[in-house]
Design a protein around this ligand. Structure first.
Ligand code: SF4
Ligand code: SF4
Length: 172
C-alpha cells in the first residue's frame, strides 16, 4: 500500500473532524436541505461504500469523541457494531456489497497471520462469523456494519488487503 494511502487512513479522525465541522457550519450558515446531504452520502456510498459515517458526518465525529472515553474500548466496539444509524447509514451500509471500491484480499500473498482481524470491530464482536482472511467465514467489509475505517487494510504487513475497484483476488 502506498505511504500516502496509509497516512490517509491513519489520519481518518482528523479528516472526520475537518469535514464534520465544515459540514455542520455549512448547514448552520446556509440552511440547505438535508436531502442534499442524504444524496451526497448515497453518492459516496455507491463509490466507496459506507464512508460517510466515519469520514464526514458531524454526528459521527461526536459519537467517536464520546466513545473514545470508553476505558477498554468495549463500549466503542458495541456502538460501532450495533448502531442503527440514519438513512445514509442504512443505504450506504447496504451498498457495501455493491460499491465500486471494496476491500479485497490477495490470497497469493496472504500469510494467514490474522493481524487484520485483530483491527476489526466487526470480527471482535462476532469472530465465529466474520474474518478478513479465513475463506470459510463472511467478509466484514461487505457487511452493513463496516464503516470503512480501513484499519484492516493499513495493518496488513504484506499489502494483501487492498481497497480498490479491481477484482484481483479469489476472496472478496
Ligand atoms: S494481515 Fe494480511 S497477511 Fe495477515 S491474515 Fe490479514 S490479509 Fe493475510
Ligand atoms: S474497514 Fe476493515 S477493519 Fe474497518 S470495519 Fe471494515 S472490515 Fe473491519
Amino acid at each position: 500500500m502506498s505511504k500516502f494511502f496509509k497516512t490517509l487512513i491513519n489520519s481518518r479522525i482528523i479528516i472526520l473532524a475537518v469535514l464534520g465541522i465544515t459540514l455542520y457550519l455549512a448547514l448552520a450558515r446556509f440552511n440547505f436541505s438535508l436531502w442534499y446531504v442524504l444524496g451526497a452520502g448515497i453518492f459516496l456510498g455507491v463509490i466507496f461504500g459506507k464512508v460517510f459515517c466515519r469520514w464526514v458526518c458531524p454526528l459521527g465525529l461526536l459519537m467517536e469523541l464520546l466513545m473514545s472515553l470508553s476505558p477498554n474500548g468495549k463500549i466503542r466496539q458495541m456502538y460501532q457494531y450495533h448502531k442503527i444509524g440514519c438513512p445514509i447509514a442504512w443505504i450506504s451500509g447496504w451498498l457495501n456489497k455493491f460499491s465500486l471500491l471494496r476491500i479485497r484480499i490477495n490470497n497469493d500473498s496472504c500469510k494467514n497471520c490474522g493481524i487484520c482481524d485483530k483491527q476489526c470491530y466487526i470480527v471482535a464482536m462476532e469472530p465465529a462469523k466474520y474474518s478478513l482472511y479465513k475463506a470459510d467465514l463472511e467478509k466484514p467489509g461487505s457487511s452493513y456494519t463496516c464503516s470503512k475505517c480501513l484499519k484492516c487494510v493499513a495493518s496488513c504487513p504484506n499489502g494483501s488487503l487492498q481497497y480498490n475497484i479491481f477484482a484481483n483476488s479469489n476472496r472478496k
